[in-house]
Design a protein around this ligand. Structure first.
Ligand code: GLN
Length: 309
């Protein structure tokens, strides 16, 4: 089924949902905090938003879930919009090939994380956004509410508290980078912002709409500009090479789109100039990406022929 210009995305989404329904293995929900471990891995939702805000969806596409690392795309964009290229002196843009919460490269690279989408890099971005705004997580939430048109989006206090209670690894990353002078705020202040950021609840519909600026080459829903054309291209490029952790090569091979996953089981993907996709299914593979989510995006680009390649 190659998309013709007159086709809508709805029949494609329904076909994919049917295929996912029959998929045997779905992976396991993240179990490092109880709020995520309680999620049923068989749940599945998917949404596509066109550039004008038209949304198509299937399954649990209106169900809010824990967005986790998907928020790293938005904090990156919000900070890049404010400080421009100076950010890249504090965080790199090379795939790490290591798990998302790894510490190993930091010592060799003087406290400069490989990219903004591993935890170390996201902590640096949130730290810089915090310094510039005084409320990084609040900025993020306001942006997501505005772009999705959903004022009820919010943090999940229980998830944020659990993240904090199980936050030793992130605390270690933050302290280690601070010892190199690459973290500005006090570590507890930064961690509070970061854990709240990870706890944002949003649905596939919300996320597909909120990521629309990356398909519109940097323009927000109201037509104002968040990122320059070049910055939007840069964020999409970093998503393609680093957005799914140490599986980014496999994701590019199977899906062929810039994408960003989170351990809550969500993934967003961008078709620049065309649409944004968001998918959710809580069962993860061993690298922390949603099994059914990757499969659904793989089927979408295969069935429609819509991809960046
Ligand atoms: N809250 C998680 C963490 O910091 C987010 C990780 C993720 O979604 N990959 O470990």
């Amino acid at each position: 089924v190659i998309m013709s210009p007159s086709m809508t995305f709805q029949p494609v989404l329904e076909r994919i949902a049917g295929e996912i329904e029959r998929m045997p293995g779905r992976g396991r929900a993240a179990d490092y905090i109880p709020a995520l471990a309680a999620c049923d891995p068989r749940r599945f939702g998917m949404a596509v938003a066109e550039l004008d805000g038209t949304v198509y969806g299937v399954g649990d596409w209106r169900q809010p879930f824990s967005t986790q690392s998907i928020t790293k795309v938005f904090t990156l964009a919000l900070d890049l919009a404010r400080e421009g290229d100076e950010l890249w002196e504090h965080v790199g843009r090379e795939p790490s090939g290591n798990p998302f919460n790894s510490l190993v490269q930091l010592e060799y690279e003087s406290g400069i994380p490989r990219n903004p989408f591993i935890n170390a890099g996201a902590l640096v971005v949130t730290d810089r956004l915090q310094t510039r705004t005084g409320d990084a997580a609040g900025e993020l939430l306001a942006f997501l509410r505005a772009e999705s048109g959903n004022p009820s989006l919010d943090f999940d206090k229980e998830v944020a508290a659990s993240e904090s209670a199980h936050g030793d690894r992130n605390a270690a990353l933050a302290h280690f980078m601070k010892s190199y002078g690459n973290i500005d705020n006090e570590v507890p202040v930064l961690l509070d912002q970061y854990f709240r950021q990870c706890s944002v609840m949003a649905s596939c519909a919300d996320l597909a709409l909120a990521a629309g600026f990356l398909a519109r080459h940097g323009s927000r829903a109201d037509g104002s500009r968040l990122l320059t054309l070049t910055q939007a291209k840069q964020v999409n490029a970093v998503m393609l090479t680093c957005g799914t952790y140490d599986a980014a090569g496999e994701f590019a091979y199977r899906v062929g789109l810039p994408g960003k996953s989170g351990v809550g089981g969500g993934i967003i993907a961008i078709v620049p100039g065309r649409c944004t996709l968001a998918v959710w299914s809580p069962g993860l593979d061993e690298r922390g990406n949603s099994v059914a989510g990757v499969a659904a995006l793989d089927r979408f680009t295969t069935l429609t022929g819509v991809s960046v390649f």
